[in-house]
Write a protein that binds this ligand. Structure first.
Ligand code: ADP
Length: 183
């Protein structure tokens, strides 16, 4: 686990399973139909039960880069924030901007709902093919920037699936912090 203080708030990197988190909200790397898929999405619906999918059906979809919120069903987290990251093609099709928007819009929803503690998976780095090191830079710089401006969010936890993802995010964080005057 790696923990960094950003003003009064905390950014954490942990290796683990997003479905097991006790934060008020967890974020789902959904697809734009919101009707379920593999990876994190499949794991969240399996662990949280049918109530989540029912609400997703009513919402009726979510464009890439945006976010929507549902109950957490049977999860420990009370809420699931569903966001849609970009499919990675070659990095020149707006992928970094869309990935940043997915993180930012998820956090905006949390702020609006008074949710203070949020856990994220590594969005777009599974089926959507975003290279992990590049995705980590976007994820960390975007969330640190948000935390700096929004102390109402007290915890952002990245839950990295496997040692390799955890290490890649750790390296990206160590490279980023000095450029922000943080440690
Ligand atoms: P996307 O379609 O946005 O790429 P995926 O769910 O396919 O989403 O993968 C996103 C990332 O989530 C991948 O790096 C994958 O290893 C990771 N992942 C898969 N299952 C879990 C889980 N239960 N908890 C946290 N991360 C997970």
């Amino acid at each position: 686990m790696r923990r960094v203080h950003i003003g009064p708030s905390v950014l954490e990197l942990v290796e683990g399973d997003i479905t097991q988190q006790d934060t008020e909200a967890i974020v789902n790397a959904a697809n734009s139909s919101l009707l379920g898929g593999g990876g994190v999405d499949g794991a969240i619906h399996r662990a949280g039960g049918p109530e989540i999918l029912e609400e997703c059906r009513k919402i009726g979809g979510c464009p890439t880069g945006e976010a929507r919120i549902t109950t957490g069903g049977r999860l420990r987290a009370g809420w699931v924030i569903h966001t849609v990251g970009p499919v990675y093609r070659d990095g020149t099709r707006g992928e970094p901007e869309l990935l940043a928007a997915a993180y930012r819009n998820s956090l905006r929803l949390a702020s609006e709902k008074g949710i203070k503690r949020v856990a994220f998976p590594s969005i777009s780095t599974g089926a959507y093919g975003y290279p992990m090191a590049e995705a980590a830079r976007v994820a960390l710089s975007t969330t640190i920037e948000y935390l700096t401006a929004h102390p109402e969010i007290t915890l952002i936890r990245f839950v990295l699936f496997g040692e390799s993802a955890f290490r890649t995010y750790g390296t990206a964080l160590e490279e980023l912090l000095p450029t922000l005057g943080l440690s």
